[in-house]
Design a binder for this molecule. Structure first.
Ligand code: FBP
Length: 304
């Protein structure tokens, strides 16, 4: 166990040994194992965005096993997916990499302004499939947020009681927010704080822009001159907002973009003290070899 991983586990001292062991599994696996940094492959876009939008650009990615192999060959810390994808390969790849079962999902066939994901799997499923963690999405800013917070509270309690780690996708969205507000610094930092307060061990947010959405928050940023000009400064602020860096905060990759643009963003996340990335479309929508190479370049940045 490295000093850094021990230090991070120390932030979760009140958790039971099962949870701590599973957090250690996530932190110690793959090319970044032991560094305290993580790169995770998430493949729930088939459900969240639809199969053609997700996989038509790289048809081998329709196959669930493709993603297990991609995560293993690239050296990711873990692979996260909904029930169907994990059930398809969990036995074949048993013990080869930590898995995160996403317990809720949302589709865009009825793309409501105030989304409410459905619970699509259980803690029992996660245990049966040998997962290290459960994943859960909340949409702070949705008029349905209260229900999501309550569901997460219950499911996190159950997951932790069985020794599973809890990963929360905290994505602001809903009628209360403007489109730009979904990724504005104050709102992303708020979303990270809410996930931390709900007991998340690992928090996933989108990289924040320099926009400020809420007038009262804007006053606080201006009065206190919170540094927010560069992406690395904004990342630092989001990490600080999750218990002063005492919760693991990772950042999503977003839609397909050029290598250099994405790598530039990753350098800023690293510089700002982000714990890592969760990169789906930018890895599996590229040809296999290119996807692996890009993931490895990302890992090299985090490895310092
Ligand atoms: P990407 O790297 O493809 O953005 O994946 C990260 C992720 O959180 C997925 O788990 C999820 O399906 C997707 O982003 C949601 O994206 P959006 O919020 O744009 O619908």
């Amino acid at each position: 166990m490295t000093k850094r991983v021990k230090e991070i586990l120390g932030y979760y001292r009140s958790e039971n040994p099962g949870v701590l062991s599973n957090l250690a599994r996530l932190l110690n696996h793959g090319r970044l194992g032991g560094t305290g940094k993580l790169v995770i492959l998430p493949v729930d876009q088939g459900f969240e965005h639809g199969p053609a939008r997700s996989f038509a650009g790289n048809p081998p990615a329709y196959d669930p096993l493709y993603h297990f192999q991609l995560a293993i060959d690239a050296g990711c810390n873990a692979y996260a997916a909904p029930l169907g994808f994990l059930e398809s390969g969990a036995a074949e790849y048993a013990g080869e990499l930590p898995l995160i079962l996403k317990l809720n999902n949302h589709d865009v066939l009825c793309d409501e302004k105030d989304p409410l994901p459905s619970q699509t799997a259980s803690v029992k499923d996660a245990l049966r499939l040998g997962c290290a963690a459960i994943g859960y999405t909340i949409y702070p800013g949705s008029s349905q947020a209260r229900g999501m917070y309550q569901q997460l509270r219950e499911i996190a309690e159950e997951a932790k009681s069985h020794g599973l780690a809890v990963v929360v996708w905290s994505y602001p969205r809903g009628t209360a927010l403007s489109k730009a507000g979904e990724t504005s610094l104050d709102v992303v930092a708020y979303a990270a704080q809410i996930a931390a307060q709900l007991g998340a061990h690992v928090i996933k947010v989108k990289p924040p822009t320099a926009n400020l959405e809420q007038p009262e928050a804007k006053k606080a940023y201006e009065k206190n001159k919170v540094p927010m000009e560069t992406l690395s400064e904004r990342i630092r602020h989001v990490v600080q907002s999750a218990f002063d860096g005492k919760r693991i905060v990772i950042f999503s990759g977003g839609p397909m973009e050029g290598d250099e643009q994405l790598l530039g963003e990753i350098r800023e996340i690293h510089k700002g003290g982000g714990y890592g990335s969760i990169v789906g479309r930018n890895s599996f929508q590229r040809q296999r070899q290119q996807g692996i190479e890009l993931l490895q370049k990302i890992m090299s940045i985090y490895a310092g």
